[in-house]
Design a protein around this ligand. Structure first.
Ligand SMILES: [Zn+2]
Length: 236
């Protein structure tokens, strides 16, 4: 995994998208003194069946901020696209390019943009849209003439993104050792307690630990037996 960078911007669709595995890598990077910011396209308001979106939105935002804090991330922003019906297109690319210009990262992190997780399990439209738009926006952010309205708003072009790393891709190319980050990643996922309690009858902590054990050992065989989080990395 590339390591000569200082700032990363993680762009995902929903609260909890980063906590299902990627946060173990983020905890490790924050330990090394790197700066990581989260940009979420939605507040995940359509994520809990028994809870109206008006109530779910502020609750999931609170849980997301606590999750981020558990791995040392204090900057979390929400773009207020509508959960479940995010549209891939120019408007989304513009919003993500604006976020990249605001935060000026060398590394953009996003979640699986591909049609499936593993060849058979279909991915969601929101993940596909946001993942693809994040990869595109890494280039858009550097072009003065694609979204000139952003420059007029004071957001100067940022052509400094060198890599976009896609977590949970079925085609990983890179991995980062996360032994040190696993405990905090479990704590981070556990902060989505309301969501998890609605999702499963299992004890929330046991559920989070089992998930993280599986997620961080998947890449081990290709990574010298070490616990790892893998990414599909696109260079620019
Ligand atoms: Zn999601």
């Amino acid at each position: 995994m590339p390591s000569d960078w200082r700032r990363a911007l993680a762009i995902v669709a929903h609260p909890d998208d980063l906590e299902y595995g990627t946060a173990a890598a983020i905890a490790t990077w924050v330990d090394e003194g790197r700066e990581v910011v989260y940009t979420l396209a939605t507040r995940g308001e359509a994520g809990i069946d028994g809870l109206h979106p008006d109530k779910a939105a502020p609750l999931r935002e609170r849980e997301q901020r606590a999750s981020a804090a558990a791995v040392g991330v204090t900057a979390v922003e929400f773009l207020d696209h509508r959960d479940g019906v995010i549209e891939y297109g120019v408007a989304l690319r513009r919003d993500l390019a604006a976020a990249i210009r605001r935060h000026r990262p060398e590394l953009v992190i996003t979640l699986n943009h591909r049609d499936t997780w593993d060849g058979t399990m279909w991915n969601t439209p929101d993940h596909r849209a946001v993942g693809r738009a994040a990869i595109d926006a890494a280039a858009d952010a550097g072009n003065r003439w694609i979204f000139p309205e952003l420059t007029e708003q004071g957001l100067e072009p940022w052509d400094g993104v060198r890599w976009t790393a896609v977590a949970a891709s079925p085609h990983p190319t890179h991995a980062v050792a996360v032994e040190e980050g696993v405990e905090r990643a479990v704590a981070s996922l556990l902060e989505h307690r309301t969501y998890i309690e609605a999702l499963t009858d299992e004890d929330p902590e046991a559920y989070c630990r089992a998930f993280m054990d599986e997620a961080t050992t998947l890449a081990s065989a290709r990574f010298g037996g070490r616990r790892a989080v893998s990414f599909e990395v696109f260079t620019r």
